[in-house]
Design a protein around this ligand. Sequence first.
Ligand code: SF4
Length: 326
Amino acid sequence: MKKRVLTGYRPTGKLHLGHLHGNLHTMLELQEEFECFFFIADWHALTTDYADTKNLKDFTKEMVIDWLAIGLDPKKSVIYRQSDVPEIAELALYLSMLTPIAWLERNPTYKEQLKELKKKEIATHGFIGYPVLQAADILSVHADFVPVGEDQLPHLELTREIARRFNHFYGDYLKEPSAKLSRAKRVPGMDGRKMSKSYSNAIYLDDDDATIEKKVMKMITDEKKIRIDDPGRPEICNVFELHRIYSPDKVEEIEKRCRSGELGCVEDKKELAKKIIASLATFRKRKEEITSDPSLYDDVLTDGAVKARKVITETLQTVRKKMNID
Ligand code: SF4
């Protein structure tokens, strides 16, 4: 029996290189080794974007198509949309009954997001309660592992605590998931901060060649390297950081030529842009093929919902029985 892994993505916008070298590559590796449940977390998208849902369906569709184009395989993994499985919401309701509010209030992301997303009114029941929904996502499929970054460990611990509390009241049943620490690479955006839609510094998988080149040319490098023959400091250069991902066999050479002043930033950026564009060729071709088959998207989600519901309905039946509401 393969161990089970669950991970999901909020459909809140287009995917960029940060996503690709972060979770998406991890998901590709995971699907070869584990029984994977990959879900589009559209209910989670509502926790911050409940007031404007006009793009939700489009973002969901595009995310599924991008996943398939990247190589996630519905024959190997269960790919589903959260809202197609209402049993998850039912489990979240039961778990919310036994989750102390203090556990949710101490969630560091909750406090951080309240500060960061000041323009949105997110002091809502749905937002403070999203870790309970997350717990329902994970516990409903009895996931053995959840891929997380170090910063998400407190969330997973909360899921484990909720599972323990349920098991304490109603008898051992829910499985405490373990963390699978992600080896995701840090991808700098054009301004050097972590690539993110909210910083407007991202290169998107859908950007055309000219846009990619333009964005790379705008990247911040070593501000002290003004003329071509000024020696540069690759260790503080964002272009160099991306070369580590896109030109692993050339990193030493680039470093040497940059330090000696033999390599200019314009030439180097053009080279990087070419590498990024070339790396997206297969993705673009697959995306075109997938988009040209209008029924594929519906088929993948319909099939995924059936498979996910089979597992999750069984979980719910046992949960109801244990709580004497069957
Ligand atoms: S030559 Fe390349 S690595 Fe060196 S500072 Fe310029 S962009 Fe960065």
